[in-house]
Design a protein around this ligand. Sequence first.
Ligand code: NAP
Length: 443
Amino acid sequence: MKQILDAILADAPADELAALPIPESYRAAFVRREESGMFEGMESWEKDPSQSIHIDEVPLPELAPDEALVAVMASSINFNTVWTSIFEPLPTFGFLDRLGKESVWGKRHALDHHIIGSDGSGVVLRTGSGVRNWKVGDKVAIHCNHVDDQDPTSHGDSMMGSNQRIWGFETNFGGLADLTVVKANQLMPKPAHLTWEESAVNALCASTSYRMLVSDNASAMKQGDVVLIWGATGGLGGYAVQLVLNGGGIPVGVVSSPEKAALLNRMGCEAVIDRKAEGYQFWSDPHTQDETEWRRFGKQIRSLVGEDPDIVFEHPGRQTMGASVFAAKKGGTIVTCAATSGYMIEYDNRHLWMKLKSIVSSHFANYQEAWAMNRLIDKGMIQPILSDVYKLDDVADATKQVHHNLHEGKLGILCLSPEEGLGIDDPEKRARIGEDKIQMFRS
Ligand code: NAP
């Protein structure tokens, strides 16, 4: 692996990389099937990822004809890293076993260890015999949409594919590792002005936010739309705020500390609600929501921007959905992709139907959406929201930060990359865009 890394750091030509031997095993972060029950009976917050996430050598799988082997320079923590590591809502081995039954190549995934990670940047080391558009030496960012292109259901919108999966969550061989095996159509060009770690944190969250807000497949935001964004400095929210501002919308960002509120202001989001400082309690007890709190929340939004939100960007789920449905304007849209605080949702349906509101679901992004988002990042129109960087050995610590909501934006992970700041191929473009913008979340 050292030879491979040295060649990448020296920007060695493709034929040199292609001549290097590929190791039979590699370092990876994974959870173990036999430990799936280790947290049974514990509350979510008590479950400690450092007990379940292991870093060790794993065998390298054979490469399928439509796949690429990538040397992972950097990766990132996603909330699905948290879900896998605490085995909630289900252990992910069921996903791997189902994939294992689909095909000969799928069978490779059904192992007793699950290599996690759904983001990555790196260099292509090998391609399968059927790969046309990528070659050894290409510098790539990886998106997580794992689709069977022989399945007709995936040919309109690939997210509708009956066996669409999220790489590193519903498939094995994820990105939190020194090597990864991905479908070649998960690869996108790495933005040349960004470091490895800045390039590695975007694809999952940014593409999800793009589909939720920009795509016709979800809320299709228009100029002037007021968009209420929960967790506006979190992984999804940090990109959502930028997309709303770019598209001529008016973001109202909800966060939980003065530091996050100040960060939102620096991003150009003027309307900010600190939900902690305001003391919002949408549930008066575990079974009852408090409509007076919904009204207080709606009133605060109106006091900030003069009207109700056209779109509510939802992902906290049970804790906030009642307030989200109430706060959206007449005819407005609540777009949801998740339920961090609980997936059994309650809202007052009268506010939905009498005010002709819609709840729209969204999930990751199809290839076109992921590429469209990558293009915006490449053009410097959307910035990475990297706030901190950890080493692969410290994946569990980083996962804990996200689990306990102690982070902002995205946490990057150095895999093969020995230090931060490497991988910039176009310093002039970087200077044009500006360090202050690119590193907004680092301050
Ligand atoms: P994140 O980085 O942890 O950010 C989420 C933010 O939401 C937090 O920073 C927090 O911000 C806010 N939040 C958390 N719990 C809340 C609550 N009870 N009430 C109000 N706000 C709350 O996570 P993320 O990457 O944005 O992901 C968020 C969720 O979306 C996760 O469940 C994740 O699994 C899911 N997700 C789904 C997809 C998909 O394709 N379907 C893709 C990406 C993520 P404040 O404390 O500052 O308010």
